[in-house]
Design a protein around this ligand. Structure first.
Ligand code: ADP
Ligand code: MG
Length: 360
């Protein structure tokens, strides 16, 4: 774990960046520091690996006070990923990842072999490994940055806005992949972001900070959404809190999926708003009522406006599928992507209502 005990930082010019910060980032968990620009997130993070020294209080990494730990020894245990990846421009992706293990005495062959393994884990191929940073997209560079931080297998990982410089679609992908990776690795991670949605999605715990480096709230994402500590936190999280808190509830054991016979493309639908599936059994959408029963379904007859909810997904995904569906019935797929049935909007709303029932 990483512990902040009454930590403050005043820069030489008098700026108080952090004041009286107390929290614990637990072992094996991902703790996100989030807050508006200039509130002291980066300063807080840099006090962990001593790129910045506190002017008050103590930071402990494990049970060691960082101020009495040798900087080099400390940093060896802490991987560091920054926005824009910060790669060595004159080295290939592979050698960027192999660089630190080499410095620590690994042979060139061993360092490169494990570097390639890591690059594969973050979704890159040998072709990417041979390229220089400028020959890679922003998202690919960020993957290399993550692989490089993991190369010495440090128990701690610091990430400062690691996904901010890439476009939203790539960012989402990187976030999902990173969550999967962390499930395997269970590193003790502190991540900085200014994006509350990223914080709520990735964090096991979220520290919301306000101007001057004050901690406004330290909580799980669910607690933040359902019980913001004050108006500042509530405003920072923004609207849609009720809807967004649905993401913390699975629905599979609460709501039954109803079976409706689907129609394959080219088939004759049994009703005028049948579910349409592809040859692999994946749900595509709904027969447009204008097509009508009795005529074969062409691709142009499929209404694709509804989203699809997976059985393993949250109430939020199910609610969205029901709301967006032209029929008011959510399309359900298994984790293999195949059609499993439908759920009526009324059933979703009944389940949501029980969430609001007083706890006995
Ligand atoms: P954040 O990462 O949340 O945007 P920072 O930790 O970078 O915030 O900065 C917090 C405050 O400290 C800001 O007011 C910033 O201008 C100030 N600051 C950051 N670095 C320095 C520095 N080296 N010298 C003086 N002030 C600094
Ligand atoms: Mg910052």
């Amino acid at each position: 774990m990483i512990t902040f005990e009454d930590v403050s930082k005043q820069y030489p010019d008098g700026t108080v960046a952090v004041s009286g910060l107390n929290f614990v980032a637990p072992s094996g968990k991902l703790t996100v520091l989030v807050g508006p620009s200039g509130c002291g997130k980066t300063t807080t993070m840099r006090m962990i690996n001593r790129l910045v020294d506190p002017t008050g209080g103590r930071v402990l990494v494990g049970d060691q006070d960082t101020q009495t730990t040798d900087r080099v020894a400390l940093r060896r245990r802490i991987g560091y990923v920054i926005q824009g990846a910060g790669l060595f421009p004159h080295r290939t992706a592979l050698d960027n990842v192999a660089a630190f293990p080499r410095l620590l005495g690994a042979s060139k062959k061993a360092a490169r072999e494990s570097a390639m393994e890591l690059l594969t884990r973050v979704g890159l191929t040998e072709r990417h490994a041979r390229r220089y940073p400028w020959q890679l997209s922003g998202g690919q560079q960020q993957r290399v940055g993550v692989a490089r931080a993991l190369a010495t297998d440090p128990p701690f990982l610091l990430m400062d806005e690691p996904f901010s410089a890439v476009d939203p679609i790539v960012r989402n992908q990187l976030q999902d992949e990173f969550l999967r990776l962390q499930q395997e690795l269970s590193k003790t991670i502190v991540m900085v972001t200014h994006d509350i949605d990223e914080a709520l999605k990735l964090g096991d715990y979220v520290a919301v900070m306000r101007e001057g480096g004050h901690l406004a709230q330290f909580a799980t994402p669910e607690e933040l959404l359902t019980r913001p500590a004050d108006q500042f936190v509530a405003d920072f999280i923004g609207n849609g809190r009720g809807y967004r808190s649905l993401q913390f509830h699975r629905w599979a054991h609460v709501i039954d999926t109803e079976w409706e016979e689907p129609v394959p493309v080219g088939g004759i639908p049994g009703r005028d708003d049948s579910v349409v599936v592809d040859v692999g059994g994946k749900p595509l959408g709904w027969v447009r009522s204008s097509g009508g029963a009795g005529t074969a379904v062409g691709v142009a007859d499929i209404d694709v406006s509804g989203t699809v909810a997976r059985e393993s997904s949250s109430l939020r995904e199910l609610f969205d599928a029901a709301l967006s569906s032209p029929t008011g019935r959510a399309l359900i797929a298994g984790d293999d992507g195949r059609y499993k049935g439908t759920v009526r909007l009324a059933a979703v709303s009944a389940a949501m209502e029980t969430l609001k029932a007083p706890v006995a």
